[in-house]
Design a protein around this ligand. Sequence first.
Ligand code: SF4
Ligand code: SF4
Length: 281
Amino acid sequence: MCDFCHKHGEGKKWYLRAENYAEDLLSDLRRRNLISRFFGQPEELGKGINQLGQLEKAPGFVRRVMTSRVTKKMKKQHFGQVVPIEEVQKILEFVTSIVRVSCICRHITLGSEKRYCYGVSMAPNGGKFVQILRDIDAKYLFGPDPTGLESLSKEVALEAFKEHEKEGLCHTVWTFITPFIGGVCNCDQSDCLAMQSTMRYKVPLIFRAEYVASVNPDLCNGCRQCLHLCQFGAIGYSAAQEKVFIEARRCYGCGICRAVCKKNAILLQERQSVPLAATLR
Ligand code: SF4
Ligand code: SF4
């Protein structure tokens, strides 16, 4: 279990507690201000990731100190966790509204609007969270029609997540001053700032999922479809056996490989039950 499960989930998965999505958490002015700054000043996020890039050139001890500081600060403010599709489904079942918006990361990294992010709320029509977004100059979030919120039913949202999974995107939940969760996103290493920070610059901003994948060699035919989609470099191929294998210590438990496997050869297991990966976060 990650830190947040212990601190904000009473030892269970913290992102499955409805309290962590509660509308009254948005009465906190600090949280409202953070959300306004986050979405209203995308250029600041771009600067932040560039600074992490600079950190690569710093001496080892400076890097270690700064990495620890950034991660500690972000755990309080804006931190994510990978969640497989079955956990997304559980979240979609208990929230009251789901609103699709453009991804701020793709807005920064690609300069294009990709509607990969979902605001989830315990209030109708996105509640106070969406009201905060409406009050700032972040019209890109809503697409060409600034009044056009894209509200989705639970069923339509779940199907959209499944489609994102087929595209190779991994699902993540996000806090806005922890433990409040305001969104579920669909990420990849190429264009998501938090994944770049975590994977490329080794400054963790995302916990691994509470799961780890494994391959049933009796079912695997060695097609390697899964290998190409893993965002975390956790899948290898054995030429001798003509099958893939999953390196449990690298696996983030997103389940993308499972979604693409036509042989149903990949399973997700609870992280706690896999000794090699149980303590990795
Ligand atoms: S997609 Fe399935 S069958 Fe193909 S290599 Fe991966 S685990 Fe094996
Ligand atoms: S091996 Fe692990 S990290 Fe890679 S796609 Fe599969 S579940 Fe995700």
